[in-house]
Design a protein around this ligand. Structure first.
Ligand code: MN
Ligand code: MN
Ligand code: MN
Length: 289
């Protein structure tokens, strides 16, 4: 069975509109889908009204990927199944939007100091209605001929440790977990291996996450090796966390995973998806077998 609990649309930095993404997932045979745009639920809000019937083979779960801070690093936490009208969600969205704006202003200020004038207006123009972020600054820098491509913009100016790498504005890890849980959702640690922590530090991150109310960690995130999957499986097991899976789909491309992840065997672990699969015992066993 295919599901996908980590995808992006044009409401953040993805290439497909929310409706196109749902259509793509439906075509692929995805049964459960969460749209998890960065710091916004605008995409989900846009399509939930477009009546996805009860009988539809695809079920859409409310989702978000929240940015936060932990130990001087930017961490991503997925929220699944929240009540999007809950006051905790409203507060989360307001704080994250403000943080994103403050961060963009600070990135622009730093780029200006390096001699790139007009950065904020340029990035805003690229962002349009979507979430303003570093990719928009990168697009502007490419357009202006300051760099040759998106990758170079990140390598030289926007990536980790560079001029435009501004972290200080995001809320704390524990705070975003609380918002998700208070709004009735499940908090999932996104792509745990992407932070490139040592095993010890990754354990500390997940312990802090769990202490704050975090319930699950991604077992599969896009392409990964079986060694990585095994490492994540062991961590989830040792720390008693549920597991989730997602493609982290942003756009089509030769190195980009497609929408939809085949449910893995999770022997002994609990999949967050089990909450949303209305199944009889036999098919439940088939999934977990
Ligand atoms: Mn992204
Ligand atoms: Mn992420
Ligand atoms: Mn993502």
């Amino acid at each position: 069975m295919l599901i996908d609990f980590h995808t992006h649309s044009t409401a953040s930095d993805g290439a497909l509109s929310p409706a196109e993404l749902v259509a793509r997932a439906r075509l692929a045979g995805v049964r459960l889908l969460a749209l998890t745009d960065h710091d916004t639920i605008a995409g989900y809000a846009q399509i939930q009204a477009s009546a996805i019937a009860e009988t539809d083979a695809l079920r859409l779960i409310p989702g978000i990927e929240m940015s936060c801070r932990w130990s001087a690093t930017t961490i991503h936490v997925l929220g699944l199944g929240m009540d999007i009208d809950h006051p905790a969600m409203q507060e989360a969205l307001a704080v994250l939007q403000q943080a994103r704006q403050d961060r963009a202003a600070r990135i622009a200020e730093r780029l200006e100091q390096r001699g790139f004038s007009g950065a904020l207006a340029g990035a805003l123009q690229h962002a349009g209605d979507s979430q303003l972020g570093r990719p928009d600054f990168a697009a502007w820098m490419v357009e202006q001929g300051h760099v040759k491509d998106h990758a170079q913009a990140f390598d030289k100016y926007l990536g980790q440790g560079k001029t435009g790498d501004v972290k200080a504005f995001w809320p704390e890890l524990a705070q975003v977990v609380r918002w998700i849980v208070d709004a009735g959702g499940v908090a999932v640690m996104a792509h745990p291996l992407k932070y490139r922590y040592t095993r010890m530090k990754l354990r500390r991150l997940l312990l802090d996450f769990r202490a704050a109310g975090g319930q699950a960690t991604e077992l599969l995130s896009g392409y990964q090796t079986s060694d990585q999957t095994e490492q994540l499986r062991r961590l989830a097991h040792d720390l008693n966390l549920e597991v989730s899976v997602g493609s982290d789909f942003h756009r089509d491309g030769p190195y980009s995973p497609q929408v939809g992840v085949e449910l893995p065997a999770i022997d002994g672990l609990i999949g967050v998806w089990q909450r949303w699969l209305p199944m009889d015992r036999a098919s439940q066993e088939a999934v977990t077998a």
